[in-house]
Design a protein around this ligand. Sequence first.
Ligand code: MRU
Length: 336
Amino acid sequence: MGAVSRSFDWVDGAVVTLDQRLLPTEHHLMRLTTVDELVDAINTLAVRGAPALGIAGALGVALSAHHNPIDPEQVKIDADRIANARPTAVNLAWGVARALAKLAEGPDAVLTEAIAVLDEDEWVNRTAAARAADLLQRLGPDRPLRVMTHCNTGRLATGAWGTALGAIRDLSARGAIELVVATETRPLLQGARLTAWELAEAGIPYRISVDSAAPALIARGLVDCVVVGADRIAVNGDTANKIGTYSLALAAARAGIPFVVVAPESTVDPDLPDGTGIHIEERNTEEVTMFAGRPTAPAGTQAFNPAFDVTPADLITAVVTEERTLLDPDRHNPAR
Ligand code: MRU
């Protein structure tokens, strides 16, 4: 299977990663040397995607430990700030907790653990992705598939390879992709800017669609299955993911096509019995009322701008992780 470069590095006391705000036009590597810079990168989505947030969280604790070798209390304060930089993806707090657990052993041990979080992520993604690709092939027609995906779940959103986009990479390597339909993902265009960029880089055939066209494309029979990532998965399988995911799941259920979630185990929140308790991040009005620096609505307009929605488990065919498949993909689904 093809090599895909890693999304993060630790170089001379700095976290080095691509500035995702500038893609697809500019390929700029950021050097984050302070916790303030790291938190700002997370807030502004220069670094984004649940597994990538887990890695950034762990490396952020390493950054703080590096600067405060004899001040563990300051590292704990920084860790708290990093863990709360964005509320929905549980991976962020998970990555922070993993690195922080090594604090008593000193900054080198914290860094070693953070690098382990990064290193493990590629294997985790490749394993979950391969399992999801197997499932999509089993459930789908016996020909190359037309797959819809939402937001960006590729190497940019992870340490390497990707989750849902990793499954698409696998299917493509098997000759099992006819076309990927990437939804543009309003308002920050992660699908158009980032997923399209990764698909082009990988040579996988794709078209983008505006989010509001996606359910209609499914209804017209132009899509064989939908595969997405996740930011937080409750124990019952309810799944928070990028806003717009729920409408794709409704359309897929109506059309009777598989709707599969691919995510690492670290995205499953063992403390949440169902999705009602998931904190949905509400972002700035300006992300909706401005476009490329220009207003798209009258001055003073307020917008709803939830960054995520929750898809109930009964609309999901399966949640595939590196270890298991939550929800029985062959069960009778009353929504279908
Ligand atoms: O706001 P974002 O861009 O961080 O949202 C990302 C998503 O919703 C992804 O689908 C999810 O984090 C999974 S990434 C493998």
